[in-house]
Every structure is written in structure tokens, then in C-alpha cells.
Ligand binder design. Structure first.
Ligand code: UDP
Length: 431
């Protein structure tokens, strides 16, 4: 449903479909971010259209999420899976499809919020022929990613150039943590406007509830100590580090330990290959009986998994933000995570979790052990973790900050202001 009184804005998320099922190859934090930001912006009074590439022939072209928020899937290349590194060549068609949609539907978006570098390119192309204002969120940075890759993809130079251009040309870039802001300044460009507005989580869904109830619902043994991983199967998520840390703990004869790995995968896709690799390591280390691969779990059931766990582990090599950390903490589960990126921002060491150097198997084993065997401390951490997320990372609070930013950008464009005088409003409690 469109409303003439509402200001229409577009969110562009080239590969990460906001209407997709979350938790496998192309569907992770970015999908969750765009979907929640879009729906919450609509609740705040905007008309929100979220554009993505149509990647499956039998997907609907338009999905209406709520009266003023919809996902629009545009034709750009074959209606089939195309790896991100090969999507750039289809982005001109994406821009054409966007313009055709605008024209035929009589839509006009004065502001576009782009997500990921491919969408940034589309946004800058659209800006060439219209007076749109651009806001951008990176979600992942080539300059960081390529540091840890042995084989750099062909598209790398283009990506690095676009990531610099969008920082210098967008009306504002949204960094999701002060650590991302620092990285942008040191690795991308010293020019351009950056505001720090974090990601959020649905604090009505991810919240403190009874562990005994969650275990009973999931048919999990109440005597077991449960170590949980949630996320995509991707080598850079560091699942191998966790499995090896788990083996180290088991080698000390600790009883009743269970590792649960949550995340989807498909055969003959990169996430399927990574799952096979991890399963192979689990077998090799003799952990098959104590490890459970739960597959992809939706956000309706996921709170039960967090709540049932004793500790959630995030062993990533890098995370610009890391939604899983705030989801787990919101459910009162202490986190042992890599001391990288946004995880340094969301986790308060010793109060809501622990930070360990990435790939440090012994460090992860020690951190997990401390949390599993100090009941009094953990009881305190449960409350602190959940309160921390409620205060700092509710979607409503976060989206109010984005909404204010958009208003400022739009007002500035009308007034032709030169100086940037915006201050992100603070959120101190969940809205
Ligand atoms: N997720 C999910 N089901 C799964 C695995 C993951 O819903 O089986 C969700 C998870 O809850 C989180 C997102 O996928 O909301 C992952 O976001 P994060 O920022 O942690 O990592 P990314 O995927 O962006 O690298």
C-alpha cells in the first residue's frame, strides 16, 4: 500500500535479499539488517522500498512485508545463484531495472541507502542522472577481506576503488561500530562523512527467558554443558578454531560437553564445502558423538537455541559488527568471541563475555572453560549481557538514529548547506 503523505525512500541490497530465509550462503547479517531497518523505518512513518537482485525464478517479484514496506526483486543477470565476485557485470542491468521500476510505478526516491559495495556502485550511477542523496553501509570491506585471502578475485581493484569513491561521495557513510570507522579512515580514505550507528536486534524476540524451558522444548539434556555456534559456514567465521578448542576441552576429560553448530548449507555451494570440511575435522578429532549440526534455524526458533546454551562462541577472523553476538547476549548467554572489529564494541570483557585473539585455540578453550565452570559469575553476566543489548542495540533505537540521519541529509539538500552539523541522537534504553 502506498501513501501520498509518506516520504518514499529506497534501500538497495544487491545480493542480500531482505525477504530471504536467513542463515546460509548469501543470507546473513546484511539481510537481517536491511529487513529490520526497512520494517522499522516504515513503522516510523516512511514509505520503504527495498531493492535486491532476483536470484530465483520462482521467487515473487514483489514481497509486501507490511503496508508501507516491501521487497522488490529486480532483473539483473540470470535468475539463479551468481557468486558475489561475479555480480558486478550485472549491475548495469540492475540500475536499468531500478529506473524502469521507478518510471513505470511513478516512484521518486530522494534518498537511497545502499548496502555493500555493489549497491554503492548502483547508487552512484543513479546519482549521475538524478539529485538523489546517498547514505551507505559497507557490511564488509574489501580492504580487510583481501588481507586474509590467498587468492584475490579479479574484481578486487574495482571493489577497492568503489569503496573509496562511495566514502568520498556519499552524503554520509554509516559505520556500524567505532572500530569500522577507524578501519575506514585508515584503510579506505580520510575524506567523506562517517557517522557511527550500530546494528540492532529484535529485543522482543531475543530476550531473557528460562533455560530449562528452552532445553525441554529442544529436547536437550539438562545436565549437558552446551557450547553454541550460530552463523554461516564460511572459512573466515573460524568454526575450525572452535572445533579444535572443543577437542582440547574434551581431552581434559570434561564430561557432558556438547557442541551445537547452527547454520545452513547447500551441496555444491561454498557453504556446503565448508560444512563438509568442518564435519571432516569433527570426525577426525573423534567428536562426532558430542557435536550436533542443527542446520539453518529461523529467528522464530533461534532464541531457544541461544537460551538453551551455556556459552555462545564467535571465532571469526573478522566481523564488521557481528549480529550473533548481540542476539546471544540479549538472551542472556555469555559470549566468547574473537577480539576483532565490531565484537570489540558490542562485548564488554568480563561483564558480558570474553575476547580472545582469532585462531587462538587454547585461548578459546580457556575462555569457554571459565564460563562453563563459574556459575556465580555467569549468573551475573546473564543479566548484564541482556541489559547491555537492551540499552544499546534495540532495532527501534538504532532505526530512530538512521531516520534522524536521513531527515538531516534531506533537509541539508534542500537548504544547500555546506557544513555537516549533524549529531547522532543517543539511545540509552530500549524503545
Ligand atoms: N542466522 C540465522 N539462522 C542460522 C544462522 C544464522 O537466522 O541458521 C542469522 C543470525 O541469527 C544473524 C545472521 O544470520 O542474525 C548472521 O549475522 P552476523 O552479523 O552474525 O554474520 P554475517 O552473516 O553478516 O557474516
Amino acid at each position: 500500500m502506498l501513501s501520498l503523505n509518506r516520504q518514499a525512500i529506497a534501500l538497495i541490497s544487491d545480493h542480500a535479499d531482505p525477504a530471504a530465509e536467513i542463515g546460509s550462503e548469501e543470507a546473513g547479517g546484511q539481510n537481517v539488517y536491511v529487513r529490520h531497518v526497512g520494517e522499522t523505518l516504515a513503522a516510523l512513518g516512511w514509505q520503504v522500498d527495498m531493492f535486491t537482485r532476483k536470484a530465483h525464478a520462482d521467487d515473487e517479484s514483489i514481497v509486501q512485508h507490511s503496508p508501507h514496506c516491501r521487497t522488490i526483486r529486480l532483473k539483473a543477470g540470470a535468475e539463479a545463484y551468481i557468486p558475489r565476485d561475479r555480480l558486478f557485470e550485472h549491475m548495469p542491468e540492475f540500475v536499468d531495472s531500478f529506473q524502469t521500476f521507478q518510471r513505470t510505478q511513478g516512484m521518486n526516491y530522494p534518498l537511497i541507502h545502499t548496502n555493500y559495495w555493489l549497491s554503492a556502485w548502483a547508487g552512484m550511477e543513479l546519482q549521475k542522472t538524478s539529485g538523489i542523496q546517498l547514505v551507505h553501509t559497507y557490511h564488509s570491506l574489501g580492504a580487510v577481506k583481501y588481507q586474509s585471502l590467498v587468492e584475490i578475485p579479479q574484481v578486487a581493484n574495482t571493489r577497492l576503488r568503489i569503496e573509496r569513491e562511495i566514502l568520498e561521495r556519499a552524503n554520509c557513510v554509516v559505520a556500524t561500530s567505532p572500530q569500522e570507522q577507524e578501519t575506514l579512515r585508515s584503510l579506505v580514505s580520510t575524506r567523506g562523512q562517517i557517522e557511527v550507528i550500530p546494528c540492532g536486534t529484535d529485543t522482543a524476540n531475543f530476550r531473557l527467558t528460562s533455560k530449562a524451558h528452552a532445553r525441554a522444548k529442544l529436547k536437550l539434556d539438562s545436565r549437558e554443558k552446551i557450547i553454541l555456534y550460530v552463523g554461516r559456514f564460511d572459512e573466515r567465521k573460524g568454526i575450525e578454531t572452535l572445533v579444535r578448542a572443543f577437542a582440547l576441552l574434551k581431552s581434559h576429560n570434561l564430561q557432558n560437553l556438547k557442541l551445537i553448530i547452527v547454520g545452513g548449507s547447500s551441496a555444491n555451494m561454498p557453504d556446503g564445502d565448508e560444512r563438509n570440511r568442518i564435519e571432516h575435522i569433527v570426525d577426525e578429532l573423534g567428536l562426532k558423538d558430542s557435536t550436533f549440526f542443527a542446520g539453518r534455524i529461523g529467528h522464530d526458533i533461534l532464541p531457544l537455541y541461544y537460551t538453551a546454551a551455556d556459552v555462545c562462541v564467535i571465532p571469526s577472523y573478522y566481523e564488521p559488527f557481528g549480529l550473533v553476538a548481540i542476539e546471544a547476549m540479549a538472551c542472556g548467554v555469555p559470549v566468547v568471541a574473537s577480539n576483532v572489529g565490531g565484537l570489540k564494541f558490542t562485548i564488554i570483557p568480563e561483564e558480558t563475555g570474553l575476547l580472545v585473539e582469532p585462531k587462538d585455540i587454547e585461548g578459546f578453550a580457556n575462555g569457554i572453560h571459565r564460563i562453563l565452570f563459574d556459575e556465580l559469575w555467569v549468573r551475573k553476566m546473564r543479566k548484564q549481557a541482556s541489559a547491555n543489548v537492551n540499552q544499546r542495540f534495540s532495532w527501534t533505537g538504532v532505526t530512530i538514529q538512521l531516520s534522524e540521519l536521513y531527515r538531516h541529509v534531506l533537509a541539508r539538500s534542500i537548504m544547500h548547506e555546506q557544513a555537516w552539523s549533524y549529531k547522532v541522537p543517543s539511545i540509552t534504553r530500549s524503545a
